[in-house]
Design a protein around this ligand. Structure first.
Ligand SMILES: *Cc1c(COP(=O)(O)O)cnc(C)c1O
Length: 375
């Protein structure tokens, strides 16, 4: 049974922005807390970082279990908007292993709404969809999944399909749907990362640079706009994994104008780092997967193949080859989550074959309780 409308409404909290954000236009009226915030910043001995630099980690990946990662913070605002507008369905879109779709589906269910996911993948029939990684969790919460060709562009294909689906749902049930753009990256969702900045501000006074993975742009938009509004102490860097610098500057400039910030341009407040996409969005190289395994073995931090693995690898490479790009030597990496993407099977073979000093070793210890000799 879906939760009743009144219990959904009782989750809404009136949103009061920090003082420095109060002059903005289009401030959301409500939010719904969905995440378990973790305000720690810890030192991170990421392999390969030159000695002159010090890298720290902010965990946005540990703010929940299945409802965890940077998308949760956007959904705190987006789904509050949906609830306040009395929508019974939530529609969004992304790649087959989209973290955003998985988190949206689970959080929609938590709030008593029905999730509909338009997923990009080249499958010939529904049995080919499988139940790996994020798809397992989509299935566990009974999300409706609509498979569309992998090459479908967002503006001309996915967005119109979301509208068509909303119409079909309205005609069948008389109920309204709430549409969330790819990655939850619009002005409403961006407020989630204004709030992340506000939370961490007091604990990062020594930091010189902030680095975050950039997929649809909303996360870094929130961070660089907050940094600008509070006096631009940090240099903010976006490590791209999908589109290029031009696309993201356009996206952020649109957000700035919706917020009424017409005197500043994305180009002035954000450094976009291209060049670490590897084989392309959602695809991995062996070197990238090796880097993820090595980081896990040396630091206990699990990165994901689509976003944070590429970005952290890009960070190490830039620190080694392009150190002047950074304002100083105290770098904060924001871990945006995505771990379930590792469970789609791509890394399994490498893990079993891997034989390096840091790889895990599986021993067979015989049935008698003998002493074990460790080679
Ligand atoms: C979506 C996502 C990102 C990118 O965030 P955007 O706001 O889309 O730029 C980074 N890391 C993970 C794990 C993600 O799922």
């Amino acid at each position: 049974m879906a939760a009743s409308s009144s219990s959904m409404l009782s989750r809404l909290k009136v949103f009061v922005p920090p003082i420095w954000a109060q002059g903005l236009q289009h401030i959301p009226k409500f939010m719904i807390p969905l995440s378990h915030k973790n305000n720690q910043i810890n030192s991170w001995n990421l392999p390969g970082v030159p000695e002159s630099f010090h890298v720290f980690l902010r965990r946005e990946d540990t703010d929940g279990t299945a409802i965890a990662g940077n998308k949760v913070r956007k959904l705190e605002f987006l789904l509050a908007d949906a609830v306040s507008k009395n929508c019974k369905h939530v529609i969004t879109c992304g790649g087959i292993q989209s973290n955003h779709c998985r988190i949206t589906a689970l959080a929609a269910r938590e709030l008593g709404m029905t999730p509909h996911l338009i997923l990009r993948a080249d499958v010939k029939n529904v049995d080919d969809v499988g139940c790996e990684g994020n798809v397992l969790l989509n299935r566990m919460c009974g999300a409706h999944m609509y498979m569309v060709p992998k090459s479908s562009p967002y503006h001309t294909e996915l967005n119109p399909r979301m509208e068509k689906l909303a119409k079909a749902i309205r005609e069948k049930t008389g109920e309204e749907s709430y549409l969330i753009p790819v990655g939850g990256s619009n002005t409403v969702g961006m407020f989630g990362f204004l709030m992340v900045f506000e939370e961490m501000q007091s604990s990062i006074s020594d930091i010189t640079d902030i680095v975050v993975t950039c997929g649809s742009g909303g996360t870094v938009a929130g961070l660089c706009i907050a940094n600008h509004l509070t006096g631009s102490k940090f240099k903010v860097h976006a490590m791209t994994v999908s589109d290029d610098a031009k696309y993201f500057h356009n996206h952020i400039n649109e957000t700035l104008s919706e917020l009424g910030l017409t005197e500043v341009r994305s180009e002035d407040i954000l450094d976009i780092i291209d060049g670490y996409k590897g084989r392309g969005y959602g695809l991995s190289t062996e070197e990238e997967l090796e880097f993820i395994m090595d980081t896990g073995a040396k630091t206990g931090v699990i990165l994901d193949p689509t976003y944070t693995g590429k970005a952290a690898r890009g960070l190490v490479s830039e620190l080694q080859n392009n150190p002047q790009r950074f304002q100083g030597n105290k770098i904060l990496f924001v871990h945006t989550g995505g771990m379930y993407g590792l469970f789609d099977g791509r890394i399994n073979r490498l893990l079993q074959e891997r034989k390096t000093p840091n790889s895990s070793v599986v021993h067979l210890w015989s049935d008698k309780c003998d002493a074990i000799s460790i080679s």
